[in-house]
Design a protein around this ligand. Sequence first.
Ligand code: GTQ
Length: 357
Amino acid sequence: MNMTIEQDDGLVATVDREAEAGRMDFYRRARGKNLAPLWRVLHGLVTEQPVPRCAPVLWRYSELRPYLMESCDLISTQEAERRVMVLENPGLPGQSRVTQSLYGGLQVLLPGETAPPHRHAASALRFIIEGTDAYTAVAGEKTMMEPGDFIITPSMAWHDHGNDGAAPVVWLDGLDMHIVNTLAASFRENYPAPTHPIERPEGAAMAEVGSNLAPLGQTYASQTSPIFNYPYRRTREAISAMASFRKPDPCHGFKMRYLNPLTGGWAIPTISTTMQLLPHGFETRGYRSTDSTVFVVVEGEGVSKIGELEFHWGPKDIFVVPSWMPVQHLASQDAFLFGYSDRVVQEKLDLFREEAL
Ligand code: GTQ
């Protein structure tokens, strides 16, 4: 008689129950030699379709914000190094994962605060939620933050943050450290001084490569876009203009990907980022894809059906669509949604799949 074996780690296989009893001594002796039978775990290892451990989840910003502010009373940025409340996917508690492969956290800086310079192998994105007059400095160049801006910290680039304004600044950090750690390729170091020198004027990167031009003779070794701030003002303008003369995609509305202008590839080598406009009244066709996606609402209101759940969202809310789960959005006002996912990694490995439903 066949039985299903469910192990602590959730792996599953189907084997014959009576025969299995006679194999236990063999399994025990094999374990002593660091050997294990594949047939007990095969179907859990090689699944018929994606089995996402992450769950669909919505964080309402109005419910999060008090916790961010309370954290400011409890710990300084110097003690914390980065004062961040991690968005923990309820399907993966205690793992600092917003999806199975990616990290998300909300970082807050009060007026006058700084976060010290450091660098790491993990790439980071910052997506600005609230506040102005804060900056991030990347490899010696500062950029100011405005809500809706998408900012990149490339792998191993020195970076620090500061708030020169009069109000708190909050941004979403998205990092690929779980991918880096899966590959056991992580490095990090603190800068050996309280501040990293400013070596280039603000706007230098945008001047060099932000106008479909590049300095002749300069070579770029990194796979990360040399543009490290994609201002919302420009992104919004481009998408709005596109919406005036194109038809919306049935599944995505007006959706654009952030490019590395030198290669035409994604802006970050490990994290795909997009911005989409869903015009008011627009309902997307059902869609699913193998990348689990984190969405941030920049403007507008609407509802997303994700599997069996329905999330009503508004500005600054954040929600997750797990791998291969059907999703449908309905915007009740013109809505701009930022998204980030591991799609680019899957594309590079020939794993990415998507379908309209
Ligand atoms: O700002 O460098 O949310 O290193 C997690 C790790 C932010 C950062 C995070 C980090 C940072």
